[in-house]
Design a protein around this ligand. Structure first.
Ligand code: DGL
Length: 266
C-alpha cells in the first residue's frame, strides 16, 4: 500500500515546501494539512503552537503517513524540539537544513535570519548556526508584515520594497553575505529582498533544503515509494478551502482544485 509523506503548516505557505518535495521526489504521494482556521502561528505562544502541532500530527498519522515534514518555520523553531520525542514517525523540520546550508554558503561568516516574531524570538536558527560554527555572527530580524503582503499577492509592489528596506537595514549594515528565508512565505519575496540587499547576497530557501533532507531520510530508512502508479496529492485545510485554492497557485506554481475542509481534532 502507498504511504504518503505528510506535510503540515499553519496555512498555505507550506506549499513552498510541497513544491520542492514534488520537484525532488516526483514519485512520492503527499498529504498536506494547512491549519487555515488558526493561522497565523507566528504571533502565538509556545504552548499554543505545541498544542496545535500535536493535533496536526495526530491528524496526519490517521492518514497513515510514513514521515512528517513540518513546513512551518514557527512550528519547527518553537515546538519541534518538544514534540519530536513523543512520536515514532520521522519528523523533519526546517531549521537544521536551513542553518546547515547557510553555514556552508557564507564566506564572510555573517549570516542574517528573517522570520516571524515567534521564530526570531526562539533564536532557534541562531543556536543551530552557533552549534555548527561558533565564530559566525548572526543578525536576526522579524518581518511580520511580509506574510500578509504575500497572502495579498503583493510581491513586487513599491510598498513591499519600502517595508523590506526598513526590515533589512540591520542586516545590510552588518554586511551579511547570506540570509536565511526563515518563513514559508519569504521565498516568494526573493526578488524584492535581492533588490534591497544586492545581488551578491545568497538567499537560503529552507524549502529546498528540507526536501533534500526528506529525500535523505527516505533513502536511509528504505522508505522510497516502490509503486509506479500515479502519486496522490491530497490537500486538507481546517477552514476556507476556496481561499486556499485561490492562493495555492502562487505558492505551488499550479492550481489546486480539490481541497477538503476537516477538523483536525475530531
Ligand atoms: N508558516 C509560518 C512560518 O513559516 C508563517 C505564517 C504564520 O505565522 O503562521 O513561520
Amino acid at each position: 500500500m502507498r504511504k504518503a509523506i505528510g506535510v503540515f503548516d499553519s496555512g498555505v505557505g507550506g506549499l513552498t515546501v510541497v513544491k520542492e518535495l514534488i520537484h525532488q521526489l516526483p514519485n512520492e504521494s503527499i498529504i498536506y494539512f494547512g491549519d487555515t482556521a488558526r493561522v497565523p502561528y507566528g504571533i502565538k505562544s509556545k504552548e499554543t503552537i505545541i498544542r496545535f502541532s500535536i493535533e496536526n500530527i495526530l491528524f496526519l498519522l490517521k492518514q497513515e503517513v510514513k514521515l512528517i515534514c513540518v513546513a512551518c518555520n514557527t512550528v519547527s523553531s518553537m515546538a519541534l524540539p518538544v514534540i519530536r520525542g513523543h512520536f515514532r514517525v520521522p519528523i523533519v523540520g526546517v531549521i537544521s537544513p536551513g542553518a546547515r546550508e547557510a553555514v556552508y554558503a557564507t564566506k564572510n561568516r555573517r549570516i542574517g535570519v528573517i522570520g516571524t516574531k515567534a521564530t526570531i524570538n526562539s533564536r532557534a536558527y541562531e543556536k543551530e548556526i552557533k552549534t555548527l560554527d561558533s565564530a559566525i555572527t548572526v543578525i536576526s530580524q522579524a518581518c511580520p508584515l511580509f506574510v500578509p503582503f504575500v497572502e495579498e499577492g503583493w510581491l513586487n509592489e513599491r510598498a513591499v520594497e519600502d517595508v523590506a528596506k526598513v526590515y533589512l537595514k540591520p542586516l545590510k549594515d552588518a554586511r551579511v553575505d547570506t540570509i536565511i528565508l526563515g518563513c514559508t512565505h519569504y521565498p516568494l519575496l526573493k526578488a524584492v529582498i535581492k533588490k534591497v540587499m544586492g545581488s551578491n547576497v545568497v538567499l537560503i530557501d529552507s524549502a529546498k533544503q528540507v526536501a533534500t533532507e526528506v529525500k535523505q531520510i527516505l533513502s536511509n530508512d528504505g522508505l522510497f515509494e516502490q509503486n509506479n502508479s500515479k502519486p496522490q496529492r491530497l490537500f486538507y485545510v481546517s477552514d476556507g478551502p476556496a481561499w486556499f485554492s485561490g492562493l495555492a497557485k502562487q505558492f505551488l506554481g499550479y492550481p489546486v482544485k480539490d481541497v477538503t475542509k476537516v477538523n483536525p481534532i475530531s
